[in-house]
Structures are given as structure tokens and as C-alpha cells.
Design a protein around this ligand. Structure first.
Ligand SMILES: CC(C)(COP(=O)(O)OP(=O)(O)OC[C@H]1O[C@@H](n2cnc3c(N)ncnc32)[C@H](O)[C@@H]1OP(=O)(O)O)[C@@H](O)C(=O)NCCC(=O)NCCS
Length: 190
């Protein structure tokens, strides 16, 4: 299953995506708010986990393509956190884009499509998102798509204590809140 929006294709992953994905995961600007850069092997393993989750549940972290512009710019979509977090059980909306594609509204457009899928297709009642307190670009995406800061800051268990990215904020949006916003981003689902 793939979703198209005005400018984007949210699709399943291709073997060819891995090289660009590894480059992005080894870029210090992209990984500024994560504990470490990923090696190529770690990046491939992450892509494999993402593909498996997409395959198993019919939704997940889709590969992002900008038709006519770039075959792969990163990922966005829905995921179930692997670590034990205070917000669990929950489904997260998340995003990671290669740096040349920041500043075009692509992450927010893909995130809006992901929320629409979550509430209209997957039948979820709530979606959360979380990030390191200092990740202002990611927080701006959350706010742009109508999520609210819950005030439930927490220490992410996968980030070593003492690391600047350990303290996280948690944003939430309910199905009812999303319905009231009237936002729609998906053009087709095929
Ligand atoms: C988080 C991340 C996806 C945000 O990317 P981003 O480009 O800032 O967000 P968007 O794609 O929504 O783009 C919004 C910007 O595009 C601009 N823009 C330009 N053209 C636009 C258009 N046609 N429509 C909408 N916005 C547009 C907006 O004005 C905004 O600019 P601003 O940041 O100067 O205010 C990106 O920084 C990233 O991948 N970071 C590394 C990974 C990461 O931290 N992920 C989150 C971990 S929880």
C-alpha cells in the first residue's frame, strides 16, 4: 500500500533506498539529537526492521519519494516504539529527512498524511510523538500538524544518562481533535 499527497509518495522500501538511507544516518546534522551516528550495517538493520513492521501491520514508516525530484528523501509514518516508554501502549508518528530536503514542508506534509491514515484507516484513537527537548525542528513539525505538548517529559531509555538528548518531550493528538481540524493530506491510496 502506498499513499500519495500533493507532492509526495509514501511508499514501501526498495533495495536501492539503502545507500541514501545509510548516508543520511551517518550525517551529523541529521543525527544531532540521537545518541550516535549509524554505521552502514546499523542503517541496513534499521531499514530491515522498518520494512518488516510495514509488511506486518500494513502501515509504518514509509519511504518518502518526491516524484520527479528525488527517489528517496527519508522516511515518515507510524511506528510502535520498541523501548518501554511511559506513554505505552502507543503509536508514534515520526520522520527523518536527508538534510538537503529540510525546509520544504515535506516532513509536515508526510506527517499529516500519516495522521490521516492513523485515524481514518487504522482506526487509532490517539497518536503520540516524542523527541529530544532541543530538537526544535521536530517539535515545530508536531505543532504544525496540530499536536499538543502533553507536558509529560521523560528520559528516553535508549539514550545514555548524561547525554543532551536524553530528556524527551511528549506530544499527543486524539482522533477527535484531528477530526475537528478538518485537515486532509492524502490524495490517493493504492
Ligand atoms: C525533523 C525534520 C524532519 C524537520 O524538517 P523540516 O524541513 O524543518 O520540516 P518540514 O519538512 O515540515 O518543513 C518546514 C519548513 O519548510 C518551509 N516550507 C517551504 N516550502 C514549504 C511548503 N511548500 N509547504 C510547507 N512548508 C514549506 C516552512 O516554512 C518551514 O520552514 P522553517 O523551518 O524555516 O519554519 C528534519 O529536521 C530532520 O529530519 N531532522 C533529523 C531527524 C530528526 O530529528 N527526526 C525527528 C526525531 S524525533
Amino acid at each position: 500500500m502506498q499513499l500519495s499527497t500533493q507532492r509526495l509518495l509514501l511508499r514501501t522500501w526498495k533495495a536501492e533506498d539503502r545507500v541514501a538511507f545509510a548516508a543520511m544516518n551517518s550525517d551529523a546534522r541529521v543525527m544531532e539529537h540521537f545518541p550516535a551516528l549509524l554505521t552502514s550495517a546499523q542503517s541496513d538493520a534499521l531499514a530491515q526492521r522498518i520494512e518488516l513492521a510495514l509488511c506486518e501491520s500494513g502501515y509504518g514508516l514509509w519511504a518518502l519519494e518526491v516524484p520527479g525530484v528525488a527517489e528517496f528523501i527519508g522516511f515518515a509514518g507510524l511506528s510502535v516504539p520498541r523501548q518501554a516508554l511511559p506513554c505505552m501502549p502507543c503509536v508514534e508518528v515520526g520522520w527523518r529527512l536527508a538534510q538537503p530536503y529540510w525546509g520544504y514542508g515535506y516532513a509536515s506534509e508526510a506527517a499529516r498524511a500519516s495522521l490521516e491514515f492513523a485515524f481514518e484507516r487504522a482506526g487509532l484513537e490517539e497518536v503520540v510523538s516524542f523527541t529530544a527537548l532541543g530538537n526544535h525542528r521536530s517539535r515545530a513539525v508536531m505543532e504544525r500538524i496540530g499536536m499538543g505538548n502533553s507536558g509529560e517529559d521523560f528520559d528516553h531509555p535508549a539514550v545514555p544518562s548524561g547525554h543532551a538528548a536524553r530528556r524527551h518531550c511528549l506530544y499527543r493528538i486524539s482522533r477527535n481533535h484531528w477530526l475537528r481540524s478538518g485537515e486532509r493530506a492524502i490524495v490517493t491510496i493504492s
